[in-house]
Design a protein around this ligand. Sequence first.
Ligand SMILES: Cc1cc2nc3c(=O)[nH]c(=O)nc-3n(C[C@H](O)[C@H](O)[C@H](O)COP(=O)(O)OP(=O)(O)OC[C@H]3O[C@@H](n4cnc5c(N)ncnc54)[C@H](O)[C@@H]3O)c2cc1C
Length: 369
Amino acid sequence: MTTIRKSVLISGASIAGLTMAYWMNHYGYDVTVVEIGREPRRGGSPIDVRGESLYCAKRMGILDAIRQAKLPTKGLKFMNSRNEVQGIMLVEEIGALSPDDTEIRRDDLVNILYAKVKHLVSYKFGNRITQLDQNEANVKVTFKDGTTGIYDFVIGADGIHSGVRKLAFGPEEQFTHFLNFYFSVFTVDGSLGEQNYAHMYNTPDTMATIYFYNIDSADALLAFRASHKVIFDRYNVQEQKQIVIDAFAGIGWKVPRLLDALQQADNFYLDQGCQIKMPAWTRGRVALIGDAGYAPAFPTGMGSTLAMHGATILADAIAENENYETAFKVYEESFRPVVDQLQATVYDGMSFVLPDTAEKIAARNSLGK
Ligand SMILES: Cc1cc2nc3c(=O)[nH]c(=O)nc-3n(C[C@H](O)[C@H](O)[C@H](O)COP(=O)(O)OP(=O)(O)OC[C@H]3O[C@@H](n4cnc5c(N)ncnc54)[C@H](O)[C@@H]3O)c2cc1C
């Protein structure tokens, strides 16, 4: 007698989605990943793999690869407009949870995860879900290209602007908590930075940071405060670049050179600083993981950690419980305290990266004296 493998569709081929794809394949599911991009989306400033996600990585057999990609970061220097160092925080003082915590480029983490699952699961790149119809037995999915499929579960791992969340739970606005800032990341010439250090320059409304490691290019992170939401087309990169250029007009230090680089960048990314807060991450046979369900915002430094950890907890719960409703309940109940605790740290993180007065900037810089 042949048994039919259970199937899962995962929307989003990034940190959460690729982690989930690994585990669901591991637990015997037939896995399909649908990703709006033509390949896993690259770009972004360095991210941290910390705490529980290191244990998840070990179980997945990718911890050594992550360790090898660990950035040789020595610390963070606070700069003034004349490019003079105002303070230095060494990496061990920046709030790592443990000495094992690993800072790596976002691209490297995506590449390591993708290499792990590339040949194990099916992909639908350049596509997305347009309709979800679920009943007691399964979920019928319609894709943008007009094809359809039937799956036991659908997992939304498609980031802050999750399409699955919108279709299964409702409009984005009810779950988004805007933190009154925007951030953009892109690659710049390595000569703008200093090897193995991040340089940060603040004004009361802006922050510019250059991360430079032992490679030809550096990553720039530009963040700015906004009293209200800026409306833009998420697919119009030129319009987004202009928003950042306008926000940083007249700012000194290396910002004019960063803005020149931004104009040329082909991996530019802009988004609002926000947290996603939801009363439930599951509905019927649909579940959300990572930023789609509980984005903590970049000042917490925990987006990737939560994404890997949450995906692993959900997959384990599905594998350990015959009844999926029980599994989803285990996921909701065991992971909620972790998410609540981490999301609460965002305001400390914001005061550190985006102090909003000259006095607070000076006080933050003096931490590194
Ligand atoms: C290009 C990029 C740059 C980033 N840079 C930073 C950074 O510098 N600092 C930081 O702290 N965080 C950054 N993030 C967010 C960070 O990756 C996440 O906070 C964290 O890693 C959790 O990952 P995730 O997999 O839940 O979400 P994400 O990494 O946001 O991945 C979501 C994935 O879903 C895809 N997707 C989106 N909509 C759909 C759809 N409708 N259908 C199918 N697929 C869809 C996206 O293309 C992406 O591959 C960035 C994210 C992206 C996409």
